[in-house]
Design a binder for this molecule. Structure first.
Ligand code: NAD
Ligand code: MG
Length: 387
């Protein structure tokens, strides 16, 4: 790679964060400037000792007293920051070239937005940022002249395939979906799904929230919305196809009907690395396809009846405005309630639809209005559960 790139990881203790550190471990030319985590303080300390970053952020203000006693330096010059302000500080530090947004959920929006605002290249794993505030974020990126590079494997695949043609030649994108653990489960069985069953994803090892989203297919709904903002697409330019092997990560169909696919074993280190090294490609830790074995690639249309979340994704793409913030918050609150066994699996999406249908639509929401919509939708889910 040409110049050394300094990276700030928002959410280094999560599934994406750990994969990102492994990429840095294996590549010349990348340096960790800052890391952050919320609750896994012991892991955060280990990461700090290994990578010797300039800053470590303990993102939970409530832990500040316990944390100030932890030695994050490992003998080096690491400085500890605490809470929201610390996240903003590392996302906007002048020394940083790339910010990896790998916090889960709405909690990742503020720091990702700060990074875009001050012109940092944003490697975006936190899809919720674009679901909630796609309009604002993409406008800010244009103003600050920065690039948002997708880390989500589907969007990385689309981004890579797009480079074989021009924007005006794109007819549609095809998002692949594994179908999750209940791809072939009968509809009647879904109401009784347990937390443990829903967390057991067949092809990907991920954080809890995205694992549940994959089981309801709300993850694909969020990715439909994410694709709209990343690539400037309308609802009729986005299609979803079930592909259980998770080898084709997504496809782009051009006006001449040529479809370009990106293929690699399911491993997030590849899309993370590409967001770090773009526009270059270098050798890294991701595994290779083994063409001495037989692969089968299956594709089939999704079942909107068993997975009604998918319809919500297309509806939100069409409506825009505050509907992204509402669907995202309703889903976060509903997933939380499901994980605490306060809500059944199928009620996650039912509750999200009800909340979306009852909200006070705002066509051009400000950041404050998005925050208010987020709060309102979470309260609605609580009321829905209590009713
Ligand atoms: P995770 O739960 O494993 O990790 C989340 C990280 O965010 C942790 O470092 C945690 O400490 C931090 N965090 C959580 N809540 C926080 C808060 N309130 N304030 C500050 N920090 C907080 O999640 P993950 O699976 O790594 O996913 C991260 C993001 O990447 C999500 O938006 C997810 O949709 C997206 N993503 C993940 C994968 C994957 O393979 N895991 C793939 C594509 C996209
Ligand atoms: Mg994905």
């Amino acid at each position: 790679m040409a110049a050394r790139k300094r990276i700030a990881i928002l959410g280094s203790t999560g599934s994406i964060g750990k994969s990102a550190l492994d990429v840095v471990r294996n590549l010349e030319g990348l340096e960790i400037f800052a890391i952050s985590g919320r609750s896994q303080i012991e892991l955060l300390k280990q990461q700090a000792v290994e990578f010797q970053p300039r800053f470590v952020v303990a993102a939970d203000d409530r832990l500040s007293e316990e944390i100030s006693a932890v030695d994050f330096t490992g003998g080096g010059a690491t400085e500890l920051l605490v809470g929201r302000q610390g996240l903003i500080q590392i996302a906007t530090a002048p020394e940083v070239d790339i910010v990896l947004a790998a916090i889960v959920g709405f909690a990742g929006l503020e720091s990702a937005m700060a990074a875009v605002q001050c012109g940092k290249q944003l490697a975006l794993a936190n899809k919720e940022t674009l679901v909630v505030a796609g309009q604002l974020i993409t406008e800010l990126a244009v103003q600050s002249g920065t690039q948002i590079l997708p880390v989500d494997s589907e969007h990385s695949a689309i981004f890579q395939a797009m480079q074989t043609g021009q924007q005006k030649e794109v007819r549609k994108v095809v998002l692949t979906a594994s179908g999750g653990p209940f791809r072939s489960a009968p509809k009647a069985s879904l109401g009784a799904v347990t937390v443990e069953q829903a967390l057991a994803h067949p092809t990907w090892q991920m954080g809890q929230k995205i694992s549940i989203d994959s089981a309801t297919m709300m993850n694909k709904a969020l990715e439909i919305i994410e694709a709209k903002w990343l690539f400037g697409l309308s609802a009729d330019q986005i299609e979803v196809v079930i592909h259980p092997q998770s080898l084709v990560h997504s496809m782009v169909t051009f006006t001449d009907q040529s479809t370009i696919a990106q293929i690699s074993p399911p491993d997030m280190r590849l899309p993370i690395q590409y967001a770090f090294t773009w526009p270059e490609r270098v050798a890294g830790p991701a595994p290779e396809m083994d063409w001495s074995q037989t692969y089968q690639l299956d594709f089939s249309p999704p079942d909107f009846d068993r997975f009604p979340a998918l319809k919500l994704g297309f509806e939100v793409v069409e409506k825009g405005g505050s509907s992204g913030a509402v669907i995202n918050a309703a889903n976060e609150a509903a997933v939380d309630a499901f994980l605490k066994s306060e809500l059944s699996f199928t009620d996650i999406v039912t509750a999200c639809r009800e909340v979306l249908e009852h909200h006070n639509f705002e066509a051009h929401p400000s950041f404050e209005q998005l925050v208010a919509a987020d709060r309102w939708a979470r309260e609605e889910i609580s009321r829905w559960i209590a009713a």
